[in-house]
Design a protein around this ligand. Structure first.
Ligand code: ZN
Length: 214
């Protein structure tokens, strides 16, 4: 049956091509939120987050009439290190945070202090609101943004964006390097250099409008 064989071969080929196109770890969910930074979605994301040793609880889907939406949300208390309090965010952002800690923050902590990062201090993630001063929904309203206020290293070293962004020696150099590195992981990074709204934190998100404010 050459014609059946052809169709099976074609289907197999298409499947292989589709899998190859998705490699190494992109799986499209039914309607993912728009992202520039691609991370696994859906159950694959939750599996990966658990595999990395993160500590989290799944949270119920949140959808509101004005466009706020949290799907595959987690309440994250630990990624590669502890968070000072639980953060509610979409799973793909939690993976991006883990990447950021391991690829950017830990190396910078070793370089500038010869210490390990032990905690991320943050001001919040999911929040159903507009970008301040605009009518456009914030990426916080999609669980795709996190506001990071500082970092704690072992040995009791505390580094705060508000206090140490400039004129604080190694702490400032650490923060500037971490901000630049964040642009390699997240699609948007806003810092005290961006505007006065961000004088005390880094806003990082995985939304569709890339911008590096490091
Ligand atoms: Zn923010």
């Amino acid at each position: 049956m050459p014609s059946l064989r052809f169709h099976l071969g074609l289907a197999g080929g298409l499947l292989a091509a589709a899998l190859a196109a998705c490699a190494p770890r992109i799986v499209a969910p039914p309607s993912p939120p728009p992202q520039t930074v691609r991370q696994p979605q859906g159950l694959q994301c939750l599996d990966e987050l658990g595999r990395r040793g993160a500590v989290f609880e799944m949270v119920a889907e949140r959808v509101s009439a004005n466009g706020c939406r949290l799907t595959n949300g987690v309440s994250l208390t630990r990624s590669s290190v502890a968070l000072d309090k639980a953060a509610t965010l979409g799973c793909p952002l939690a993976l991006a945070l883990h990447d950021f800690e391991t690829r950017v923050v830990q190396p910078a902590a070793q370089k500038h202090f010869r210490r390990n990062l032990v905690q991320i201090n943050h001001f919040g993630a999911y929040d159903c609101r507009n970008i301040r001063g605009t009518r456009r929904l914030s990426e916080h309203a999609r669980g795709q943004a996190l506001d990071i206020g500082g970092f704690e290293l072992d040995g009791g070293i505390r580094i705060s964006v508000k206090e140490h962004w400039t004129n604080a020696g190694a702490r400032s150099r650490f923060l500037q390097e971490v901000a630049k590195g964040a642009c390699e992981v997240f699609s948007v990074v806003l810092t005290p250099r961006s505007d006065s709204e961000h004088h005390d934190h880094f806003h990082v998100d995985i939304g569709p409008r890339p911008h590096c404010g490091a």
